[in-house]
Design a protein around this ligand. Structure first.
Ligand SMILES: Nc1nc2c(ncn2[C@@H]2O[C@H](COP(=O)(O)OP(=O)(O)O)[C@@H](O)[C@H]2O)c(=O)[nH]1
Ligand SMILES: [Mg+2]
Length: 328
């Protein structure tokens, strides 16, 4: 141990020993370095302290990188589609998720209660659709990962509150999204893949339609925005129009359900295949089994638009809830 180490140095060294995080360790080492008597006898010790500072700095960098990764959320898609809830604080996003699913996100009278994305499954007839409750969109304190989650979703419910001015809320929300290069639209247009703007299919949900004058407020919103978006008034809290909303969310996804029926047996109606609208019998056969596309000769269909057991070919365009018996 080199001579002449000051009490300040020894105190800093003790803090270093007690330090738990790289940041605390670096701080203590810097104090040790500052208070060490600078002479030939302490040269080796000075070098050693510098080395330790460098080492803890590397640790600190790695910790920061990992922290950033952890704070960037990605919501794994589940079910027939993923729809996110976007809106200003307190419009009732969490209340709606809680009313439509079995999840219980925190609902509160104060803003910014929801800080992380909360996925939850909404049952709709014989399928499940994923809803993602998001922190509020806001000009000054929106979490940086919120636009990204919206960008990756299959659709957006833009929520506004009918007890406040819904025009300002809609305009503000659309403006903030635009700044994040997100264009909320009724129908997604064909865009070139290099476009920096992402178009997202959106529907406006006008919440808190349970007050006396909320009907008038709703009409003001409708007059202004019904040309641009589908709009549905609901009360998340009192369950008004929620069945209609579920159907609209399903329609928004542009999907359909098809049931496979083995010849001579009953179809299993609770496990439909999910395809995009416009898909054909051939698409369905390939989905059931990769060889079926080539082997398929025809199919028999049970569904709303056909008489039972009608024979159809590969180019038949599927309908929602068709029951299909493939013949090879
Ligand atoms: N009257 C009424 N209040 C609601 C409705 N939905 C939500 N709220 C209330 O609005 C406040 C904010 O709701 P919350 O779901 O936390 O909003 P979020 O910030 O958008 O997630 C809470 O006090 C809710 O009880 C509704 O349909 N009607
Ligand atoms: Mg919330």
């Amino acid at each position: 141990m080199p001579a002449n180490l000051t009490p300040d140095y020894l105190a800093a060294e003790e803090r270093y020993r007690q330090a738990k995080t790289p940041a605390e360790k670096i701080q203590a080492l810097k104090e040790m370095y500052a208070t060490i008597p600078k002479h030939k006898g302490t040269m080796k010790l000075q070098g050693d302290i510098r080395k330790r500072i460098a080492k803890h700095n590397t640790e600190l960098q790695q910790e920061r990188k990992a922290g950033k990764r952890a704070a960037t959320f990605h919501v794994e898609k589940e079910g027939a589609g993923q729809v996110v809830l976007a809106g200003l604080p307190n419009v009732g996003k969490s209340q709606l998720v809680s009313s439509l699913t079995h999840a219980s996100p925190e609902v509160a009278e104060y803003p910014f209660t929801t800080r992380m994305p909360h996925p939850a499954m909404m049952p709709f007839e014989n399928i499940q659709i994923q809803l993602v409750d998001l922190p509020p969109i806001s000009a000054d304190h929106m979490a940086f990962w919120v636009p990204n989650i919206i960008r990756n979703s299959d659709g957006v419910l833009l929520m506004v509150d009918l007890t406040a001015d819904p025009l300002i809320q809609t305009e503000t929300s659309l403006e903030i999204m635009k700044e994040s290069k997100l264009a909320l639209v009724r129908e997604e247009p064909e865009v070139d893949p290099w476009s920096s703007v992402a178009y997202k299919k959106t529907m406006i949900v006008a919440n808190k339609n349970d007050f006396d004058d909320s009907e008038d407020t709703f009409h003001i919103l409708k007059d202004q925005y019904s040309a641009s978006f589908p709009i549905l008034p609901v009360s998340a809290k009192h369950g008004k129009n929620l069945e209609k909303l579920k159907r609209s969310v399903y329609d928004m996804l542009g999907i359909l359900r098809v049931h496979s029926k083995p010849p001579g047996k009953e179809a299993e109606l609770d496990k439909p295949f999910i395809l995009k609208r416009g898909c054909t019998l051939l698409d369905f056969a390939q989905m059931v089994h990769k060889d079926f596309g080539e082997k398929l000769r025809f199919a028999r269909i049970w569904g709303s638009e056909k008489f039972d057991g009608q024979r159809v070919n590969k180019d038949y365009v599927l309908n929602d809830e068709d029951v299909i018996e493939l013949h090879m």
